[in-house]
Design a protein around this ligand. Structure first.
Ligand code: ADP
Ligand code: 5GP
Length: 184
């Protein structure tokens, strides 16, 4: 389970991690509009609010939360099937969703990716060029809050200063967690 502020580099880390280790990535459902280059069914399943709420009513989501005025949720069925098959599953979700997963899967590994600082986070959000100034302000405000409450929810905090080093650290922590579980 990977979480962290918008723009911190979660997608960049997950993309690189996929070249090194095998895992299933849970594609979330969202009511947010696609950003340029995002593909339906690959980055997200893009949905309207009504369809999203019918998934909630059917209990088809493992968790869901609102972020920046949009809804995001994890489809239940694929995650349960992958776990039953013994596969490693990776979720990229925000902190309220992480709290819900923590209740359902207390032995999951909860990783928080932090920026080296809020100014650098602003530079990354601006550099990506797909988020408005107003949204950037909201995301920075939210990042400040999430950083403060991260220790309540997460096991490990990795600072994404240098990207390759952050991928090395995430890879090592996941590997190490396997050993911790095996030795119990
Ligand atoms: P998230 O998935 O957390 O929203 P992204 O992976 O989209 O974040 O990264 C946001 C921006 O920051 C992208 O433009 C990405 O290239 C850049 N970025 C990611 N990691 C680093 C890093 N370690 N140093 C500098 N820029 C980075
Ligand atoms: P973005 O709009 O930048 O892609 O994502 C905004 C935030 O929503 C990020 O913190 C991301 O981790 C989170 N997110 C993405 N999918 C889900 C999900 O299925 N559930 C929850 N709770 N958060 C999600």
């Amino acid at each position: 389970m990977v979480s962290g502020p918008s723009g911190v580099g979660k997608s960049s880390i997950i993309d690189r991690l996929a070249r090194r280790r095998r895992f299933r990535f849970s594609v979330s459902v969202t009511t947010r509009s696609p950003r340029p280059g995002e593909r339906d069914g690959v980055d997200y399943v893009f949905s309207d609010r009504e369809t999203f709420m019918s998934l909630v009513a059917e209990d088809a989501l493992l968790e869901w939360a609102e972020f920046g005025g949009n809804l995001y949720g994890t489809p239940r069925r694929p995650v349960e099937e992958w776990l039953a098959a013994g596969d490693d599953v990776l979720l990229d979700i925000e902190i309220d969703g992480a709290r819900q997963i923590r209740d359902t899967f207390p032995t999951a590994l909860f990783l928080f990716i932090a920026p080296p600082g809020l100014e650098e986070l602003r530079r990354r959000l601006q550099g990506r060029g797909d988020t408005s100034e107003g949204d950037i302000r909201l995301r920075l405000e939210r990042a400040r809050r999430d950083l403060a409450s991260a220790p309540e929810v997460f096991d490990v905090l990795v600072v994404n200063r240098d990207l390759e080093r952050a991928v090395d650290l995430v890879d090592a922590v996941i590997g190490c967690d396997g050993r911790v579980v095996d030795s119990r």
